[in-house]
Structures are given as C-alpha cells and as structure tokens.
Design a protein around this ligand. Structure first.
Ligand code: NAD
Ligand code: UDP
Length: 331
C-alpha cells in the first residue's frame, strides 16, 4: 500500500516525503509544478536513497488524478497541493477557489471511486481569523480574512460533511502555524518564486544580498516589543507531525490538530536569533502594519501531544541556522 502525497515537491510536502520514506512508507508524489521543481524528486532520492514515483499532474485534471489511482494501490493521501499566497488570493479569488476547492473535490471523488478513505489535509492557523486570546485551541471560533483562508475553511467543512455522510472516511485536519527552516542536507527548503511574502524567506534573501533590507510590518502592536508574534515551527517537526497523524486515521470521522510549538516569538526576536546564529546583520526598516495581520498567533499544541504523541523539538536557533544554510546553498 502506498501513500499519495499531493504537492509533494513543494516546501512542506518534500520534507514530509523524506520523513515518510525514512520511516519505511512507499510514497507517490502528484504535483503540477506550479510552485515547485521536478528536481526536488532527485533531492528526495539523494537524501533517502529511494526515488519516489512522480506524476506531473494537476488536481484539476480529474482524468489524470484517476490514472494515478488506477495505476497504484493507494490507501492514504496526504494533501498539500494548493495555492497559498494571501495577497494573490485577494487579487484572484476565483482562481484560488477553483484550484484549492475543485482540486480537493476531484481528489476525494477519485479516492472514493478507488476505495481509498484516509486523508490528511494541510489546513492553517489562518482559519482562526482574529483570535480573541492566545494560545489558540482547536475549538476556538473559525473565520477568515482573505480568500486563501476561506478556501482552507471551506475545505475543512467539505471534508467534515463528507465524514458525516460516509463513515468509511477518516480525515485529519492539521492546522499549521508558521513553518520555517529546512532539511539539514540543504537540498530542500523554502524557495518561493519572486519576492517572498513570508518573513523567513525574506530574511534569508536579505542575508544573501538579493533584497536590500527587510520591512518590519508595524512596531506598535500590543506585544513584548511591538512587532508581531508568531509560532515558528521547524519544517522537520511539521513533517513528523504528519506521520504522527496517521494514528488518528485509524478511527473514522474528522480529527483536528494544531501543529505548532506553543511558543511565540516576535519578528524582532526572530531577526535577533538569525543574526546571532548566522553572524549576519539583517538591515531592516519599520513600516506600516500589513493589512489583515494580527498581533499574536501561537498554538496550544497540547492536543497533538496528548493524542498523537507528537511534540515539536527543534529550537528557533536551529530553524534560523537551517534556513540560512539552505538559502546560501541555492545557486
Ligand atoms: P508549496 O507551494 O511549496 O507547495 C504546494 C505544492 O502544491 C506546490 O509544489 C505546487 O506546485 C502544488 N500545487 C498547487 N496547486 C496544484 C494543483 N492544482 N495540482 C497539483 N499540484 C498543485 O507550499 P507549502 O508551503 O509546502 O504548503 C503546503 C500546504 O500547506 C498548502 O496547502 C498550504 O496552503 C498549506 N500551509 C502552508 C503554510 C506555510 O506557511 N507554508 C502554512 C499553513 C498551511
Ligand atoms: N512580516 C514582516 N515583514 C515581512 C514579512 C512578514 O514584518 O516581510 C511579519 C508579519 O507582519 C507577521 C510575521 O512577520 O507579523 C509573520 O508573517 P508571515 O507572512 O511569515 O506569516 P503569517 O503569520 O502572516 O502567516
């Protein structure tokens, strides 16, 4: 039996493929390469010694998705594939709804047609909207502030309704906080196209000299130093969280887990750690707040620890060191 990883050549997907292969799982990747490169398949092979089967297929191509299920014996799907840029989703909402939601519907139709009922879905802390308090627990109210977040929330609802209607399905919704860092080999990591939206890839490009300075979006929040506070989690811990989540697929229905460290660090604290660990100065300027941002966002991750036996173990220093090692190795 194999595990299908949609979006498996992407940032989080590639680290998860490595983790699963190292733990003895047979992995098949489906990705349309809209935000990743096929060479990642070779990097996964270099790290693990095993080359996963790769399909360059779009989830919107239902026939193509069907072929992947026809040709393989897949019993579990880890579903990362999706578009994720918040700003772009505001400008192109219907493209985002189509790609993320229609893509997911095609996937679950084909799963059902092929008697495959186990799914882990990449959701996000963005579904908590503007939480009233932190740390955030899984039963907090849900809302969204942009079309990207709405696709995550709608997909969560679709998968929940599916499980109510059909008890053969078991689904785990994993709500990620802020994944950063890279594999120790520096072969795979976060390498977004164009100017990065997220903090760490922006910082690493400033460190490299590709971008002149970092804009820190606001220093007048009600936080320790006025800058935004986030729950940065090492991508290796996040990958391991998916393996741990397989346990929750043993029972039918929906299970929901936050994947975070439970600790919040501010933007300035992250810059400090990056500078200290890598001995590089990051020039920055304080600018206006970014619309839609919240002051503080960090997880109560105790449910995943209690029920899945999973806990993030990597430190912020390790995240900063590995992110820079990866960026500085990119030609
Ligand atoms: P990524 O862009 O690196 O990976 C996503 C992959 O999906 C890419 O390789 C892309 O080519 C592929 N893809 C997109 N649409 C597709 C389609 N229609 N058919 C086939 N492949 C398609 O992103 P990531 O950071 O690895 O994120 C993975 C998942 O986790 C996404 O669903 C994202 O929304 C979610 N997530 C990410 C973060 C984060 O900060 N990185 C936080 C919360 C949730
Ligand atoms: N941020 C910043 N400058 C940047 C990118 C991000 O100051 O160039 C801040 C942002 O305002 C937030 C934190 O860094 O407080 C994390 O932002 P990111 O986009 O990485 O993740 P988010 O939590 O928004 O999903």
């Amino acid at each position: 039996m194999s595990v299908l990883v949609t979006g498996g050549t992407g940032y989080i997907g590639s680290h998860t493929c490595v983790d699963f292969i190292e733990k003895g799982k047979e992995v098949i990747i489906l990705d349309n390469l809209s935000n990743s490169k096929e060479e990642v398949v070779g990097f996964i092979e270099q790290i693990t010694g095993i080359r996963p089967k790769f399909y360059n297929i779009d989830l919107l191509d239902r026939e193509g998705v069907k072929r992947v299920f026809d040709e393989n014996d897949i019993d579990t799907v880890i579903h990362f594939a999706g578009l994720k840029a918040v700003g772009e989703s505001v400008a192109k909402p219907i493209e985002y709804y189509h790609n993320n939601i229609t893509g997911t519907l095609n996937l679950i139709f084909e799963m059902r047609d092929h008697d495959c009922f186990k799914l882990v879905f990449s959701s996000s802390a963005t579904v908590y909207g503007k939480p009233e308090t932190v740390p955030i627990k899984e039963d907090f109210p849900l809302s969204t502030t942009n079309p990207y977040g709405t696709t995550k929330l709608y997909i969560e609802r679709i998968l929940t309704d599916l499980c109510v209607a059909d008890d053969r399905f078991s689904v785990v919704l994993l709500r990620y906080f802020n994944p950063i860092g890279a594999h120790d080999s520096a072969l795979i990591g976060d390498n977004p196209n164009g100017i990065p939206n997220n903090l760490m890839p922006y910082v690493t490009r400033v460190a490299k000299g590709t971008l002149p300075h970092l804009n820190v979006f606001g220093n007048d929040y009600d936080t320790c130093d006025g800058t935004g506070v986030r729950d940065f989690i090492h991508v290796l811990d996040l990958a391991a969280g998916h393996y741990a989540a397989l346990k929750a697929l043993e029972k039918s229905g929906v299970s929901i887990y936050n994947l975070g460290t439970g600790n919040g660090y501010s933007v300035l604290q992250l810059i400090d750690a990056f500078e200290r660990v890598n001995n590089i100065k990051i020039p920055y300027q304080i600018t206006d707040r970014r619309p839609g941002d919240i002051a503080e966002c960090y997880a109560d991750a105790s449910k995943a620890e209690r029920e899945l036996g999973w806990k993030a173990v990597h430190t912020l220093d390790e995240m900063c060191a590995s992110a820079w090692k990866f960026e500085s190795s990119i030609k």
